[in-house]
Design a protein. Structure first.
Ligand code: NDP
Length: 352
Protein backbone atom coordinates (compact mmCIF):
# COMPACT_ATOMS: atom_id res chain seq x y z
CA UNK A 1 0.00 0.00 0.00
CA UNK A 2 1.32 3.45 -0.95
CA UNK A 3 0.44 7.09 -0.40
CA UNK A 4 1.44 10.48 -1.80
CA UNK A 5 2.40 13.06 0.82
CA UNK A 6 3.12 16.78 0.59
CA UNK A 7 6.81 17.17 1.48
CA UNK A 8 6.79 20.94 2.08
CA UNK A 9 4.65 24.00 1.48
CA UNK A 10 4.76 25.13 -2.14
CA UNK A 11 5.81 28.58 -3.32
CA UNK A 12 5.42 29.31 -7.02
CA UNK A 13 4.68 26.40 -9.34
CA UNK A 14 4.37 22.95 -7.75
CA UNK A 15 7.21 20.58 -8.63
CA UNK A 16 7.77 16.83 -8.27
CA UNK A 17 9.86 17.30 -5.10
CA UNK A 18 6.87 18.87 -3.33
CA UNK A 19 5.24 15.44 -3.31
CA UNK A 20 6.56 11.98 -2.50
CA UNK A 21 5.24 8.47 -2.96
CA UNK A 22 5.84 6.50 0.25
CA UNK A 23 4.81 3.12 1.61
CA UNK A 24 1.71 3.43 3.79
CA UNK A 25 0.88 1.63 7.01
CA UNK A 26 -1.37 -1.35 6.36
CA UNK A 27 -4.96 -0.35 7.01
CA UNK A 28 -6.67 -3.51 5.81
CA UNK A 29 -6.18 -5.58 8.95
CA UNK A 30 -6.61 -2.73 11.39
CA UNK A 31 -9.90 -2.95 13.33
CA UNK A 32 -12.32 -0.12 12.64
CA UNK A 33 -12.42 2.63 15.27
CA UNK A 34 -15.60 2.37 17.32
CA UNK A 35 -15.92 6.04 18.25
CA UNK A 36 -17.04 7.52 14.92
CA UNK A 37 -18.41 5.92 11.78
CA UNK A 38 -15.70 5.31 9.21
CA UNK A 39 -15.46 3.74 5.79
CA UNK A 40 -12.46 1.78 4.52
CA UNK A 41 -12.19 2.10 0.77
CA UNK A 42 -9.98 0.94 -2.07
CA UNK A 43 -9.32 3.93 -4.32
CA UNK A 44 -10.00 3.34 -8.01
CA UNK A 45 -9.68 6.82 -9.57
CA UNK A 46 -8.25 10.07 -8.24
CA UNK A 47 -9.05 13.50 -9.55
CA UNK A 48 -6.46 16.22 -10.17
CA UNK A 49 -8.13 19.56 -9.43
CA UNK A 50 -6.69 23.09 -9.57
CA UNK A 51 -8.01 23.94 -6.07
CA UNK A 52 -5.44 21.51 -4.65
CA UNK A 53 -2.67 24.02 -5.42
CA UNK A 54 -3.87 26.82 -3.07
CA UNK A 55 -4.12 24.14 -0.37
CA UNK A 56 -0.39 23.45 -0.80
CA UNK A 57 0.61 27.00 0.24
CA UNK A 58 1.57 27.91 3.78
CA UNK A 59 -1.67 29.19 5.35
CA UNK A 60 -1.71 32.96 5.91
CA UNK A 61 -3.36 33.83 9.24
CA UNK A 62 -6.52 35.82 8.76
CA UNK A 63 -6.76 35.11 5.03
CA UNK A 64 -10.07 33.54 4.22
CA UNK A 65 -10.21 30.25 2.39
CA UNK A 66 -13.03 27.78 2.07
CA UNK A 67 -10.81 24.72 2.50
CA UNK A 68 -7.98 24.11 4.94
CA UNK A 69 -4.36 23.77 3.84
CA UNK A 70 -2.58 20.45 3.37
CA UNK A 71 -0.06 19.62 6.09
CA UNK A 72 3.51 18.70 5.07
CA UNK A 73 4.15 15.04 5.91
CA UNK A 74 0.47 14.15 5.47
CA UNK A 75 -1.27 12.39 2.63
CA UNK A 76 -2.86 14.58 -0.04
CA UNK A 77 -6.61 14.42 -0.24
CA UNK A 78 -8.95 15.09 -3.11
CA UNK A 79 -11.94 13.85 -5.02
CA UNK A 80 -11.89 10.21 -5.99
CA UNK A 81 -13.91 7.14 -6.88
CA UNK A 82 -13.57 4.15 -4.57
CA UNK A 83 -14.98 0.78 -3.59
CA UNK A 84 -16.11 0.21 -0.02
CA UNK A 85 -14.30 -2.64 1.74
CA UNK A 86 -15.65 -2.07 5.25
CA UNK A 87 -18.15 0.42 6.62
CA UNK A 88 -19.68 1.38 9.93
CA UNK A 89 -21.61 4.17 8.19
CA UNK A 90 -25.31 3.45 7.73
CA UNK A 91 -26.19 3.20 4.05
CA UNK A 92 -22.80 2.00 2.83
CA UNK A 93 -21.83 -1.66 2.63
CA UNK A 94 -18.82 -3.60 1.33
CA UNK A 95 -18.84 -3.68 -2.46
CA UNK A 96 -20.60 -0.33 -2.86
CA UNK A 97 -19.00 2.18 -5.20
CA UNK A 98 -18.72 5.75 -3.97
CA UNK A 99 -17.30 9.13 -4.97
CA UNK A 100 -16.20 11.90 -2.66
CA UNK A 101 -13.14 13.12 -0.79
CA UNK A 102 -10.57 10.41 -0.25
CA UNK A 103 -6.77 10.18 0.00
CA UNK A 104 -4.02 9.97 -2.62
CA UNK A 105 -3.27 6.41 -1.55
CA UNK A 106 -4.24 2.86 -2.45
CA UNK A 107 -6.59 2.48 0.54
CA UNK A 108 -8.20 5.21 2.64
CA UNK A 109 -10.10 5.25 5.89
CA UNK A 110 -12.71 7.96 5.34
CA UNK A 111 -13.77 9.62 8.58
CA UNK A 112 -16.10 12.47 9.51
CA UNK A 113 -16.63 15.08 8.20
CA UNK A 114 -15.70 13.45 4.86
CA UNK A 115 -17.99 10.47 5.41
CA UNK A 116 -20.84 12.97 4.93
CA UNK A 117 -19.54 13.81 1.44
CA UNK A 118 -19.40 10.23 0.19
CA UNK A 119 -22.00 9.72 -2.52
CA UNK A 120 -23.04 6.19 -3.37
CA UNK A 121 -22.96 5.46 -7.10
CA UNK A 122 -26.22 3.99 -8.37
CA UNK A 123 -25.32 0.33 -9.14
CA UNK A 124 -27.43 0.42 -12.29
CA UNK A 125 -25.54 3.46 -13.62
CA UNK A 126 -22.24 1.85 -12.61
CA UNK A 127 -23.03 -1.00 -15.06
CA UNK A 128 -23.55 1.37 -18.02
CA UNK A 129 -20.47 1.50 -20.27
CA UNK A 130 -21.52 4.95 -21.46
CA UNK A 131 -20.95 6.14 -17.88
CA UNK A 132 -17.46 4.95 -16.91
CA UNK A 133 -16.61 5.16 -13.21
CA UNK A 134 -13.90 7.76 -13.90
CA UNK A 135 -16.73 10.16 -14.90
CA UNK A 136 -17.48 10.57 -11.18
CA UNK A 137 -14.28 12.64 -10.95
CA UNK A 138 -15.55 14.81 -13.82
CA UNK A 139 -18.85 15.13 -15.61
CA UNK A 140 -20.71 13.05 -13.01
CA UNK A 141 -18.82 14.55 -10.08
CA UNK A 142 -17.63 17.88 -8.72
CA UNK A 143 -16.61 19.57 -12.02
CA UNK A 144 -19.91 18.58 -13.61
CA UNK A 145 -21.98 20.11 -10.84
CA UNK A 146 -19.71 23.17 -10.94
CA UNK A 147 -20.41 23.70 -14.64
CA UNK A 148 -24.17 23.13 -14.18
CA UNK A 149 -24.63 25.44 -11.21
CA UNK A 150 -22.16 27.99 -12.51
CA UNK A 151 -23.77 28.26 -15.89
CA UNK A 152 -27.46 27.64 -15.29
CA UNK A 153 -27.80 29.42 -11.95
CA UNK A 154 -25.03 31.96 -11.57
CA UNK A 155 -25.01 33.16 -15.21
CA UNK A 156 -28.84 33.27 -15.65
CA UNK A 157 -28.48 32.45 -19.37
CA UNK A 158 -31.12 33.05 -22.02
CA UNK A 159 -31.42 31.57 -25.48
CA UNK A 160 -29.49 33.59 -28.05
CA UNK A 161 -27.09 35.20 -25.59
CA UNK A 162 -23.35 35.36 -26.23
CA UNK A 163 -21.08 33.36 -23.91
CA UNK A 164 -17.32 33.36 -23.45
CA UNK A 165 -15.57 30.53 -21.54
CA UNK A 166 -11.86 30.55 -20.56
CA UNK A 167 -9.84 27.35 -19.84
CA UNK A 168 -12.55 26.02 -22.11
CA UNK A 169 -11.22 22.54 -22.87
CA UNK A 170 -10.78 21.54 -19.22
CA UNK A 171 -12.86 19.56 -16.79
CA UNK A 172 -15.37 22.37 -16.21
CA UNK A 173 -14.98 24.48 -19.37
CA UNK A 174 -15.77 21.74 -21.91
CA UNK A 175 -19.11 21.25 -20.13
CA UNK A 176 -19.97 24.93 -19.84
CA UNK A 177 -19.51 25.24 -23.61
CA UNK A 178 -21.78 22.29 -24.31
CA UNK A 179 -24.42 23.43 -21.80
CA UNK A 180 -24.40 26.89 -23.39
CA UNK A 181 -24.82 25.36 -26.84
CA UNK A 182 -27.73 23.20 -25.63
CA UNK A 183 -29.34 26.36 -24.28
CA UNK A 184 -29.14 27.98 -27.73
CA UNK A 185 -26.38 30.45 -26.89
CA UNK A 186 -23.51 31.56 -29.12
CA UNK A 187 -20.39 30.29 -27.36
CA UNK A 188 -16.68 30.96 -27.81
CA UNK A 189 -13.86 29.36 -25.81
CA UNK A 190 -10.20 30.10 -25.21
CA UNK A 191 -7.53 27.48 -24.61
CA UNK A 192 -3.76 27.20 -24.66
CA UNK A 193 -2.92 25.08 -27.72
CA UNK A 194 -3.89 24.47 -31.33
CA UNK A 195 -5.05 20.94 -30.45
CA UNK A 196 -7.36 22.25 -27.72
CA UNK A 197 -8.78 24.97 -29.98
CA UNK A 198 -9.63 22.30 -32.57
CA UNK A 199 -11.30 20.15 -29.92
CA UNK A 200 -13.44 23.05 -28.78
CA UNK A 201 -14.81 23.52 -32.28
CA UNK A 202 -15.00 19.91 -33.46
CA UNK A 203 -15.83 17.92 -30.33
CA UNK A 204 -17.48 20.24 -27.84
CA UNK A 205 -19.59 22.33 -30.20
CA UNK A 206 -18.16 25.79 -29.49
CA UNK A 207 -19.04 28.12 -32.36
CA UNK A 208 -15.56 29.64 -32.27
CA UNK A 209 -12.39 29.19 -30.28
CA UNK A 210 -8.98 30.81 -30.02
CA UNK A 211 -5.53 30.17 -28.57
CA UNK A 212 -5.06 32.84 -25.91
CA UNK A 213 -1.27 32.42 -26.08
CA UNK A 214 -1.27 33.53 -29.74
CA UNK A 215 -3.47 36.52 -28.91
CA UNK A 216 -1.46 37.60 -25.88
CA UNK A 217 -0.52 40.98 -27.36
CA UNK A 218 -4.19 41.99 -27.67
CA UNK A 219 -6.61 39.67 -25.88
CA UNK A 220 -9.24 42.34 -25.85
CA UNK A 221 -8.97 42.69 -29.64
CA UNK A 222 -9.40 38.92 -30.00
CA UNK A 223 -12.62 39.03 -27.99
CA UNK A 224 -13.85 41.97 -30.04
CA UNK A 225 -13.35 39.89 -33.20
CA UNK A 226 -15.54 37.07 -31.90
CA UNK A 227 -18.04 39.27 -30.09
CA UNK A 228 -18.50 42.43 -32.16
CA UNK A 229 -21.72 43.17 -30.22
CA UNK A 230 -20.19 42.22 -26.85
CA UNK A 231 -20.38 39.36 -24.34
CA UNK A 232 -23.51 38.68 -22.29
CA UNK A 233 -21.91 36.00 -20.10
CA UNK A 234 -18.30 35.38 -19.17
CA UNK A 235 -17.58 32.08 -17.40
CA UNK A 236 -14.32 32.93 -15.64
CA UNK A 237 -11.81 30.15 -14.97
CA UNK A 238 -8.58 32.04 -15.40
CA UNK A 239 -8.43 35.64 -14.06
CA UNK A 240 -5.62 38.13 -14.62
CA UNK A 241 -5.29 39.55 -18.13
CA UNK A 242 -8.19 37.49 -19.43
CA UNK A 243 -10.56 39.08 -16.93
CA UNK A 244 -9.37 42.54 -17.96
CA UNK A 245 -9.94 41.73 -21.62
CA UNK A 246 -13.39 40.31 -20.87
CA UNK A 247 -14.47 43.33 -18.79
CA UNK A 248 -14.07 45.78 -21.67
CA UNK A 249 -15.94 43.45 -24.01
CA UNK A 250 -18.95 42.84 -21.75
CA UNK A 251 -22.35 44.10 -22.82
CA UNK A 252 -24.36 46.36 -20.55
CA UNK A 253 -26.00 44.19 -17.86
CA UNK A 254 -23.62 41.31 -18.63
CA UNK A 255 -22.89 38.62 -16.04
CA UNK A 256 -19.58 37.13 -14.97
CA UNK A 257 -19.55 33.86 -13.01
CA UNK A 258 -16.23 33.63 -11.22
CA UNK A 259 -15.52 29.93 -11.00
CA UNK A 260 -11.75 30.09 -10.58
CA UNK A 261 -8.62 32.13 -11.27
CA UNK A 262 -6.05 29.52 -12.25
CA UNK A 263 -3.59 32.07 -13.70
CA UNK A 264 -3.12 33.43 -10.17
CA UNK A 265 -2.71 30.24 -8.11
CA UNK A 266 1.09 30.00 -8.44
CA UNK A 267 1.82 33.69 -7.87
CA UNK A 268 3.04 34.97 -4.51
CA UNK A 269 0.89 37.59 -2.76
CA UNK A 270 2.72 40.59 -4.22
CA UNK A 271 2.75 39.14 -7.75
CA UNK A 272 -0.99 38.62 -8.03
CA UNK A 273 -2.48 40.61 -10.89
CA UNK A 274 -5.06 43.26 -10.22
CA UNK A 275 -7.71 44.48 -12.63
CA UNK A 276 -7.07 48.00 -13.88
CA UNK A 277 -10.43 48.49 -15.60
CA UNK A 278 -12.79 47.51 -12.78
CA UNK A 279 -14.73 50.72 -13.51
CA UNK A 280 -16.37 48.78 -16.37
CA UNK A 281 -18.46 47.04 -13.71
CA UNK A 282 -20.16 50.35 -12.96
CA UNK A 283 -20.42 51.78 -16.46
CA UNK A 284 -21.76 48.50 -17.88
CA UNK A 285 -23.83 47.64 -14.76
CA UNK A 286 -22.27 44.16 -14.63
CA UNK A 287 -23.14 41.42 -12.17
CA UNK A 288 -20.06 39.52 -11.01
CA UNK A 289 -20.63 36.53 -8.76
CA UNK A 290 -18.20 34.03 -7.28
CA UNK A 291 -19.47 30.61 -6.31
CA UNK A 292 -18.19 27.30 -4.99
CA UNK A 293 -19.55 23.88 -5.77
CA UNK A 294 -19.78 22.64 -2.13
CA UNK A 295 -22.56 25.20 -1.49
CA UNK A 296 -24.71 23.51 -4.14
CA UNK A 297 -24.31 19.80 -3.30
CA UNK A 298 -28.05 19.49 -2.76
CA UNK A 299 -28.50 20.05 -6.52
CA UNK A 300 -26.47 16.96 -7.42
CA UNK A 301 -29.46 14.59 -7.84
CA UNK A 302 -31.18 17.17 -10.08
CA UNK A 303 -27.99 17.61 -12.11
CA UNK A 304 -27.36 13.86 -12.46
CA UNK A 305 -30.96 13.24 -13.58
CA UNK A 306 -30.54 15.97 -16.23
CA UNK A 307 -27.09 15.08 -17.53
CA UNK A 308 -27.23 11.26 -17.63
CA UNK A 309 -29.74 11.12 -20.54
CA UNK A 310 -27.68 13.78 -22.35
CA UNK A 311 -24.60 11.56 -22.06
CA UNK A 312 -26.43 8.35 -22.96
CA UNK A 313 -27.97 9.93 -26.04
CA UNK A 314 -24.71 11.58 -27.12
CA UNK A 315 -25.82 15.21 -26.74
CA UNK A 316 -23.05 15.84 -24.21
CA UNK A 317 -19.60 14.29 -24.52
CA UNK A 318 -16.73 14.25 -22.07
CA UNK A 319 -13.00 14.12 -22.70
CA UNK A 320 -10.66 12.72 -20.08
CA UNK A 321 -6.89 12.63 -19.84
CA UNK A 322 -6.02 9.51 -17.86
CA UNK A 323 -2.67 8.96 -16.12
CA UNK A 324 -1.96 5.41 -14.99
CA UNK A 325 -0.82 4.61 -11.47
CA UNK A 326 -0.50 6.46 -8.16
CA UNK A 327 3.14 7.19 -8.97
CA UNK A 328 1.96 9.36 -11.89
CA UNK A 329 -0.40 11.47 -9.76
CA UNK A 330 2.07 14.25 -8.78
CA UNK A 331 3.14 14.83 -12.39
CA UNK A 332 -0.49 14.83 -13.52
CA UNK A 333 -1.44 17.44 -10.92
CA UNK A 334 1.57 19.63 -11.82
CA UNK A 335 0.57 19.39 -15.48
CA UNK A 336 -2.68 21.29 -14.85
CA UNK A 337 -0.70 24.47 -14.26
CA UNK A 338 1.17 24.10 -17.54
CA UNK A 339 -1.86 23.15 -19.59
CA UNK A 340 -0.55 19.61 -20.20
CA UNK A 341 -3.94 17.99 -19.57
CA UNK A 342 -6.21 17.66 -22.56
CA UNK A 343 -9.61 17.31 -20.91
CA UNK A 344 -10.34 16.24 -17.35
CA UNK A 345 -7.18 14.98 -15.62
CA UNK A 346 -7.81 11.66 -13.90
CA UNK A 347 -5.42 9.15 -12.28
CA UNK A 348 -6.37 5.49 -12.63
CA UNK A 349 -5.39 3.14 -9.81
CA UNK A 350 -7.26 0.11 -11.10
CA UNK A 351 -6.61 -2.29 -13.97
CA UNK A 352 -10.28 -2.52 -14.90
P1 NDP B 1 -8.83 22.21 -16.21
O1 NDP B 1 -9.17 20.81 -16.52
O2 NDP B 1 -9.33 23.30 -17.08
O3 NDP B 1 -7.25 22.31 -16.09
C1 NDP B 1 -6.60 23.51 -15.88
C2 NDP B 1 -6.38 24.24 -17.22
O4 NDP B 1 -6.20 25.62 -16.95
C3 NDP B 1 -5.09 23.82 -17.91
O5 NDP B 1 -5.24 22.69 -18.70
C4 NDP B 1 -4.76 25.06 -18.73
O6 NDP B 1 -5.38 24.95 -20.01
C5 NDP B 1 -5.43 26.21 -17.97
N1 NDP B 1 -4.42 27.08 -17.39
C6 NDP B 1 -3.42 26.74 -16.52
N2 NDP B 1 -2.68 27.81 -16.21
C7 NDP B 1 -3.22 28.86 -16.90
C8 NDP B 1 -2.89 30.25 -17.00
N3 NDP B 1 -1.86 30.77 -16.32
N4 NDP B 1 -3.66 31.02 -17.79
C9 NDP B 1 -4.70 30.50 -18.48
N5 NDP B 1 -5.06 29.19 -18.43
C10 NDP B 1 -4.33 28.39 -17.64
O7 NDP B 1 -9.29 22.56 -14.71
P2 NDP B 1 -10.80 22.58 -14.17
O8 NDP B 1 -11.76 22.61 -15.28
O9 NDP B 1 -10.91 21.55 -13.13
O10 NDP B 1 -10.85 24.01 -13.44
C11 NDP B 1 -11.03 25.20 -14.18
C12 NDP B 1 -11.21 26.36 -13.21
O11 NDP B 1 -12.38 26.14 -12.43
C13 NDP B 1 -10.07 26.55 -12.22
O12 NDP B 1 -9.87 27.93 -12.03
C14 NDP B 1 -10.60 25.91 -10.97
O13 NDP B 1 -10.00 26.40 -9.81
C15 NDP B 1 -12.07 26.26 -11.06
N6 NDP B 1 -12.98 25.41 -10.32
C16 NDP B 1 -13.82 26.02 -9.43
C17 NDP B 1 -14.75 25.28 -8.74
C18 NDP B 1 -15.70 26.00 -7.84
O14 NDP B 1 -16.41 25.34 -7.09
N7 NDP B 1 -15.76 27.31 -7.89
C19 NDP B 1 -14.83 23.83 -8.88
C20 NDP B 1 -13.96 23.29 -9.90
C21 NDP B 1 -13.05 24.06 -10.57
P3 NDP B 1 -4.84 25.77 -21.28
O15 NDP B 1 -4.00 24.83 -22.06
O16 NDP B 1 -6.09 26.17 -21.95
O17 NDP B 1 -4.03 26.93 -20.74
Amino acid sequence: SRRVILTEYVEGYPREEHMELLPAAAVLDRPAAESSPSVLVKNLYLSCDPYMRPKMSRPIPGQSSYTSAFVPGSVLTGYGVAQVLRSSLPGLAPGDLVWGITGWEDYSVVQPPFTGLLTKIDPELAQDDKLPLSYYTGILGMPGLTAYVGFHQICSPKKGETVFVSAASGAVGQLVGQFARLMGCYVVGSAGSKEKVELLKTKFGFHEAFNYKEEDADLSGALRRFFPEGVDIYFENVGGKMLEAALVNMKTHGRIAVCGLISQYNLAGGEKEGVSNFACVVSKRLRIQGFIEPDHKHLYPEYAAWVVPHIREGRVVYLEDVADGLEMAPEALIGLFHGRNVGKQVVRLTDE
